[in-house]
Ligand binder design. Sequence first.
Ligand code: IMP
Length: 436
Amino acid sequence: MIIVIIGAQWGDEGKGKVVDLLADRFDIVARYQGGHNAGHSVYVGDKAFVLRLLPSGIIHEESTCVLGNGMVIDPKAFFEEVDQMTSQGISITPERLKVSSRAHLIMPYHRALDHTSEERLGNEKIGTTLRGIGPAYEDKYGRRGIRVSDALVPELLKARIERGLEEANRVIVMYGREPLRSDEIYEEISALAERLRPFVCETSNFFAQAKKQNKKILLEGAQATLLDVDHGTYPYVTSSNPTAGGAAVGAGIPPHHITGVLGIVRTYATRVGEGPFPTEMLDAEEDMANLIRQRGNEYGSVTKRPRRCGWFDAVATKYAAELNGFNSVALTKLDVLDALEEIKVCVGYEIDGKRIDTFPAVSLDLAKIKPIYETLEGWKSDTVGITKIEDLPAKAREYVEFLSNSIGVEIGLISTGPERDQTIILQDSVMESWFK
Ligand code: IMP
């Protein structure tokens, strides 16, 4: 069994908790795109783990974790996270953590270029995490990137750094910054590469063997559908493909080996960084945004930026469901809406007076959208920690059903709090079969 987990909105839907719940049913948990721009918070008892690069499965000692070829890895950030996890009592060894030899490395100059690129864009900046993600992917697709396997060959690494830095420094200097030094970068990266060596693996071969042994594999998407470089709200996106198709490429697994796609959908929407967000709570709804932000703790787990908050967007989420082929959906953060009198759901868009029910490609159109809302009654009671669907207030059940109908996918799991056991798994759902 190979399942892909993908955020359906603009990220931060609560994938970390769901992956953590599923992880001990799976032998292998892997990431296939992105880098340490991700931030999954997982709460276990009184311990909080923040994962950036490592798959959430790392918390389960039985799981083997993989960083796939589609990722961009900052070796310094990688070891900071490994050391942090180790200090929190998690054992991390090359036996249980594999890093693809084909993944690309984020270099110090990629971080500098992320800053200059945002500066250059001025008012049209993307609002990136400034981790060097975009510039590292630019080098990958420009065929001048440095892969994990290259970094293990000293003379190759040295030559690649010199070449990469020559170009990067031109831009860095143009923006009035100090040029970076290739000898310093080489010294830093070669030492980190040596430390990385035991973890390096031909991961697609590892997956092929695992498949033969009927191992269960969970592919964990980072960021989310609407941040996908092809299918998201371009150019306000990340530089990789979090969507289901990206999982096959980014992990090196044949598409037909993937048995299911699980969407993570939150009961409302958020977005960090710039870019269109049709259902954003603005102006008159600012108090509502503050309430949701505070109840849902909607601050970036990596950057601590306050997240923009908005109503559930059924048009965008249905688009995500169809694009990824969700077989089932985990609905997160139901309890955050407990305090609301009324809840709005966007069921259609209007652009220049015309109704549309599809998700537009053009960012100018996206910015012009007037959402068409349906308003549902809130349930005004505490759902925190409820574990059975029949114990939810009737209005909460109606809300869940409304969302499921409007996106056309079953909801197989409902999260009623950050802890593992604050979860409802619906009987006879596709989701239930993944938990067996
Ligand atoms: P980058 O991935 O750092 O290049 O940032 C590109 C866009 O994706 C920005 O709007 C970021 O805020 C957003 N982004 C990147 N990673 C995440 C994430 O894990 N959650 C939510 N937004 C993200």
